[in-house]
Design a protein around this ligand. Structure first.
Ligand SMILES: [Zn+2]
Length: 90
């Protein structure tokens, strides 16, 4: 009786699925405004604006549309909000 030794291929399942939590300053969603380098992630207080709102503020083609919305960083949102408020007060 001979046992057939099966060569077990010991392979470690290496799925590159490591969570990136160490970098606080990096997000996943870049700000939609073209000349802005900030992140628009929710955890970074990013907000999403409607297309019309973004066009009023930055102009057509100056930002990236994502699923019909314009995701902007905190800074851009504030700028937009300030602008919108200024327009309201007359
Ligand atoms: Zn921005």
């Amino acid at each position: 009786m001979g046992f057939k030794a099966k060569a077990n291929a010991h392979r470690k399942a290496t799925s590159g699925d490591e969570k990136k939590k160490d970098k606080k300053n990096e997000g996943t969603l870049p700000c939609a405004v073209n000349d802005c380098d900030n992140w628009a992630d929710k955890k970074m207080k990013g907000r999403s604006l409607s297309l019309n709102d973004a066009e009023d503020m930055w102009g057509d083609g100056e930002f990236t549309i994502r699923k019909g919305r314009v995701r902007v960083c905190k800074k851009c949102y504030r700028a937009w909000k300030k602008d919108a408020e200024d327009n309201m007060e007359y």
